[in-house]
Design a binder for this molecule. Sequence first.
Ligand code: NAP
Length: 304
Amino acid sequence: MSELPLPPASRQLGTSGLTVSPIAWGMWRLAENGRSAADAAKLVHAALDAGITFLDTADIYGFNGSGGFGDAEALLGEVLAAEPGLRSRMVLATKGGIMPPLPYDQSADYLRKAIDASLTRLGTDTVELWQVHRPDILAHPQEVARVLDDAVAAGKIRTLGVSNFTVHQTAALNQFLGHKLVSTQPEISPLRIDCFENGELDQAMMLGLTPLAWSPLGGGRLAKPENARDHAICAALDKVASEQGVSRSVAAYAWLMAHPAGIIPIIGSQQVERIAEGAAALKVRWTRTDWYAVLVAARGVPLP
Ligand code: NAP
C-alpha cells in the first residue's frame, strides 16, 4: 500500500523567508469564560513547549455579539507583557477587516486603524502575518492592497494572507499587491472538504500560499458526530487512529497535513493536554487508500 510522506518538522510560510511549525494553535476561544492572563499563559506555554509555535488570533476574537471585540488579542498582549521572552518564540498571526455590527470593512481608513489597534492590543511593533479575515465586497482590491503594502513597508506587518476568500478574490487582491500573499485560511476538515475540489488548494499550490485550516475538527463536531455522514467519517479516521495509537483528533490533523498543499491545521482547543497532544500528528502516516476512505466518507458518494 503506498504511503504518503510524513509532514516536515517545519514549513516555510508561503514564499516568505519565515519558518513556521507545521501545526498552529488558534485563539478564537481564548478570552472565553473570563480566562485570566495566568491561565492564558499556560495555554501559550503548552503550545510552544509542544513545538507549536505558529499562533493565530484576530481582532474580533472575544466578540460575543455585543461586546468583547479585541479581547483575545488584549489577553495575549497581557501574557506577552508579563513574559516578554515569549514573543520571540512564536510566529504571530492576526486578522482584521470585520467590524461588527457592520459585517466587513476594508476601506483604507478602517484597515489602517484596525492594524494599528491590533498591534497596540498585542503590545508588539509588528506581526509576522496579517490576514484579511473575510472579503469586503465593497472594497476595491487595489485600495486594500495599497493599505496592506504600506503597512508592510512601515514594518507593522511582515507577511500578508487572506481568509475565507474565493479563488477569484484571492487572485484579484494578489494581483494588486506588491508584497504578495503568503497564506490563505479557509475552513478545512474531514467534515468540510470543499477546498479539495473547488480550486482553493490548487490555487494555493500555484501561488505558493500556505493553507491554514480553520476548525480542523469541525469546531469539535468530530468528537460528537451528529449524523450518519459524521459517523462514517469518524469510523474512517478511527481505523487509522487505532492502528497508530493516536486519538481521532490527531488522526484528523494528520489527514489534513498529508495533502500536498502543506495544510497547517489550526488547533482550536483551549485545554493544555489537547493542545500538546496535537504534536503527535507529525508521526501519523497515511496510506493513499486510508486517506481516500475518509474523503469518500465525507463526500457521501463514491469517487467516479
Ligand atoms: P476545532 O479544533 O475544529 O474545534 C475546537 C473545539 O472543539 C474546542 O471548543 C474544543 O474544546 C472542542 N473539542 C472537543 N473535543 C475535542 C478534542 N478531542 N480535541 C480537541 N478539541 C476538542 O477548531 P476551532 O476552535 O473551531 O478553530 C480553530 C482555530 O481556527 C481558531 O482558534 C481560529 O484561530 C481559527 N478560526 C478561523 C476562522 C476564520 O474565519 N478565519 C473561523 C473559525 C476559527 P476544548 O477547548 O474544551 O478542548
